[in-house]
Design a protein around this ligand. Structure first.
Ligand SMILES: [Zn+2]
Ligand SMILES: [Zn+2]
Length: 394
């Protein structure tokens, strides 16, 4: 059974005394317990008629949602709309001569008095809805060459046929707000002091309207969804952390006047450990060479270079130690202004195999690379062999 007296009788807030009487008679006949009707429902109909057919009680009910005549009585069991027994007083609203204080604190207190179900919900409508950020993961070669990506999503737009009300026809809400979207709530804060505040009407969620016929355009959903495709053009020279903004492409929301932007954040997508480190427009690549290559020079083909062109590089410039860095101008990432950054080859020297050198080979090696230094030790001093702690090679 509805808590609202008007709804119990199936009539609007502005019903005349005659309409109330007529509605009551029809319903009372239909739901009379003698004719198999539900006794509780019948009692509710009777109560509604009792209150609404009495001008004074109707006025009090309209203003406060309470069915108690003068306050002080037991709670009326009205779904808790107004605290039962509140000695209410409204200076402008009624013929009640009780002393009191009348505040209208509006929404400030509306949420505090939400116990009866009248809490405020959602942000106030207006402005632009928050932007939606979306990460877009690109591989290094996509940053290098640029790429086009299509981002598909369902975008909701306000239904134009019903102006996002979901209704083709409406009538003013009769559930306690009288079409205003708000109802007054009262709270006693001291002897004879009653705070009056506005709370959003539950029945109509503050719209002040009741849907009579659903909108055909959106089937009452208020929004129409359609597939939206955003064309993302990533140009060579764009970098990680850069954003692409599509103004107003968020879905419409009831609470806001305008949709927010879709903002795409460019990220680097890598499987496992990245092969190239990317800083600014430069790239760093770890290249492993043998011990012989570190002495004699080497050539290498970077088949995984982001240009996709497998450039071939060579080094003939002399011996390298582990950790040496070689530079190649133009081997890095594209610059926005044109041209390319630098590729740094970080040389990692693999240790040579352990070999038992013959005296002849050892002499040859010493002849080419320089003989090991030999210290003549004084008599009796013992030579100590070192243990390895960790490899100097990586
Ligand atoms: Zn309402
Ligand atoms: Zn619609």
């Amino acid at each position: 059974m509805s808590g609202d007296l008007y709804q119990r009788l199936g009539i609007g807030r502005g019903a005349s005394a005659d309409e109330i009487k007529k509605a009551y008679r029809t319903l009372a006949r239909e739901h009379h317990p003698d004719k198999g009707g539900d006794p509780e429902l019948f009692k509710g109909i009777q109560e509604a008629h009792e209150v609404l057919s009495d001008d004074r009680r109707r006025q009090i009910y309209d203003a406060t949602g309470s069915v108690n005549e003068g306050g002080g009585g037991p709670p009326g069991g009205m779904g808790g709309m107004a605290a039962g027994g509140v000695p209410f007083f409204m200076s402008q609203m009624g013929p009640f001569g009780m002393p009191g204080v009348n505040f209208d604190m509006g929404d400030l207190l509306g949420s505090m008095f939400g116990g009866g179900g009248g809490g405020r919900r959602g942000p106030a409508r207006g402005g632009k809805s928050p932007d939606k950020h979306q990460d877009v993961g690109l591989r290094l070669e996509q940053f290098y060459k640029g790429t086009d990506i299509k981002l598909k999503f369902n975008q909701a737009r306000r239904c134009g046929m019903c102006n996002a009300t979901g209704a083709e026809t409406t009538e003013p809400c009769g559930a306690g707000c009288n079409g205003t979207g708000f109802r007054m709530v009262h709270q006693q804060i001291g002897p004879g002091m009653v705070v009056q505040s506005r709370a959003q009407c539950d029945a109509c969620s503050g719209s002040g309207k009741r849907v009579l016929r659903m909108c055909k355009g959106c089937q009452g959903k208020k929004f129409i969804q359609k597939e939206k495709v955003l064309d993302i053009k990533v140009l060579p020279g764009m970098v990680v952390g850069e954003t692409l903004t599509f103004a107003g492409e968020c879905s419409d929301m009831l609470e806001y006047d305008a949709p927010g932007d879709v903002v795409l954040d460019l990220k680097l997508a890598v499987d496992g450990a990245p092969k190239y480190e990317w800083h600014g427009v430069d790239l760093t690549y770890k290249h492993y060479v043998s011990f012989a290559e570190s002495i004699l020079g080497f050539e290498c083909v970077l088949s995984d270079h982001p240009s996709g062109e497998s450039p071939k590089y060579s080094w003939r410039g002399g011996p390298l130690i582990n950790g040496s860095v070689l530079k190649m101008e133009g081997g890095g990432m594209p610059k926005r202004s044109g041209g390319f950054g630098v590729l740094h080859l970080q040389i990692c020297v693999r240790p040579p195999p352990t070999v038992a050198w013959s005296a002849e080979d050892a002499a040859k090696l010493a002849g080419v690379l320089g003989a090991p230094s030999v210290t003549i030790m004084p008599e009796g001093v013992k030579e100590l062999l070192l243990d390895s702690a960790e490899s100097v090679f990586n």
